[in-house]
Write a protein that binds this ligand. Structure first.
Ligand code: GAP
Length: 457
């Protein structure tokens, strides 16, 4: 059943808090704007997405390796990468109410060129007050390393995970002796002092990225770009099961691209608050390695074993925001349909129809009664399923209808009911989350039944 977009975000934010996906951060201290805690189901969902990504793009590929580089690096990295000079957003303040906005967002909302520096006619959206001139605001978070807070001890929290992979390139090249193309992947936190964070976990000041720097021969950039575009589509539509109707592959025109990018596509999603960026894909040419080679005075070229030529590899960079992926997975699969209540009437049912591999809990085992030996059979089954690596919950509280509703709301694909016959027929009933169809399966065959279905997805 389609959900009104205006209501969808409120519904989702309240479901996330009520059911333990995402809570407001620092809440007992009155909260802390735009910080969020991932609860038990949210952190498991995030882990499942992270694992699916790592498996698909690192473990299952011959041409990609994984790394983990630090959040705080030598500050010279950010000088060389250009982040200290150009990693900024255009900021304006309201002279009256002092609220702060991104000038490009205000221009975009007014249907004007977001890159313009002329705000003429645009006033504060909150109080209609006059706005200041546009200033550039650097997004890197500053910190101090060591016991003093002198300028010489200034360091930065990384603004993207990518930089760590360029800096480690020389060691990766020298330790692996691989041919090109060679991709380097990393998952980790990035930090940006965003002027206007918001929309739940869409834009926050700390977030996780999953990035690949795919190093290729200089002439192979365009073909590799196409290949990664295909990979990103498969990830969105085949793994996350996002409807193609909700996705846009937006070719960024040259006038709006970073000057070093030969081609950029933003993968956009139709969020309830508008069509906005989900992921990005860029042909960064030899820009990053050239900058680091110049600044570090180290030779970062690649010696081609086939031609004996030395060159700086070009880089195709597909980048995925992990928290945005969690948000989109929740939004895409949130649904309301109808189920039969205890009195036999139809009542609304909220359900998260996650693809089973991503669901935080795969199976709930529910004894129909708290007596008659049913809890013992159910607990033993739950423990067997866990020993097969299947995330399983045991729940004996409340009525069976309420327990089903709870599992539907956290997106559990299968509920297994142990009933009075289970002791004699050694079988239990498996209920499918989406169709609500029920099937009687021998208890000893249940782990295999679940594994078979999980392996097909
Ligand atoms: N290395 C390239 C890079 O960092 P980006 O478009 O600035 O590119 C990549 O960021 C992805 O990181 C975005 O597509 C988005 O998914 C995610 N992201 C960026 N800023 C974010 C923020 N403030 N909060 C949550 N996710 C963010």
């Amino acid at each position: 059943m389609p959900i009104d977009p205006q209501k969808k975000m409120d519904l989702l934010v309240s479901l996330c808090k009520r059911r333990g996906f995402v809570y407001p951060g620092s809440e007992i201290y009155g909260g802390f704007a735009n910080s969020w805690d991932y609860g038990p189901y949210g952190s498991q969902l995030k882990k499942n997405i992270r694992d699916a990504w790592w498996k698909r793009f690192v473990e299952c590929r011959e041409d990609v390796v994984g790394v983990e580089t630090p959040i705080i690096m030598n500050p010279k990295v950010w000088e060389a990468s250009g982040h200290l000079d150009t990693f900024s957003d255009p900021l304006v303040d309201c002279k009256r109410c002092k609220h702060r906005f991104r000038a490009d967002h205000l221009l975009e909302a007014a249907g004007r060129d977001a890159a313009s520096t002329d705000l003429s006619g645009i006033v504060c959206p909150d109080c209609k007050g006059e706005l200041t001139e546009i200033r550039n605001f650097n997004l890197l978070f500053k910190t101090f390393v060591g016991v003093t807070e002198d300028a010489k001890d200034v360091a930065y929290l990384r603004g993207e995970t990518a930089a760590g992979m360029f800096v480690a390139w020389k060691n990766i090249r020298d330790s692996l002796h691989r041919r090109l193309p060679l991709g380097v992947a990393q998952i980790g936190k990035a930090f940006r002092n965003e002027i206007t964070p918001g929309n739940f976990i869409f834009r926050t000041r700390e977030f996780d990225q999953m990035e690949i720097e795919y190093f290729v021969k200089p002439d192979d950039g365009s073909a590799a770009f196409e290949t990664w575009l295909g990979e990103m589509k498969t990830w969105c539509e085949g793994i996350l099961k996002i409807s193609p109707d909700h996705l846009t592959y937006h070719e960024i025109p040259e006038s709006e691209r970073a000057f070093y990018s030969a081609r950029t596509i933003d993968v956009e999603y139709a969020y309830p608050f508008g069509v906005k960026e989900l992921y990005g894909l860029a042909n960064r040419t030899d820009y990053d390695l050239s900058r680091h080679q110049e600044a570090s005075k180290e030779d970062l070229r690649f010696l081609d074993p086939e031609t004996n030529e030395r060159y700086i590899p070009h880089v195709i960079e597909p980048t995925w925001g992990l928290d945005r992926t969690v948000l989109v997975t929740l939004l895409e699969h949130l649904d309301i349909d109808e189920a039969e209540s205890a009195t036999g009437d139809a009542e609304p049912r909220m359900v998260l129809r996650f693809p089973a591999v991503l669901a935080p809990i795969k199976v709930a085992v529910l004894p129909l009664q708290k007596k008659g030996g049913l809890p013992e059979i159910a607990r033993e089954l739950a423990s067997t399923l866990r020993s097969h690596g299947i995330t399983t919950e045991y729940d004996e509280s409340a009525s069976i209808g309420k327990r089903y509703r709870r599992q539907d709301e956290i997106g559990t694909p299968w509920c297994i009911t142990v009933d009075m016959e289970s002791a004699s027929d050694h079988a239990a009933t498996i209920r499918d989350r989406d169709s609500m169809a029920q099937e009687r399966v021998a208890i000893e065959e249940i782990p295999g039944w679940i594994e078979e279905r999980l392996s097909k997805i």
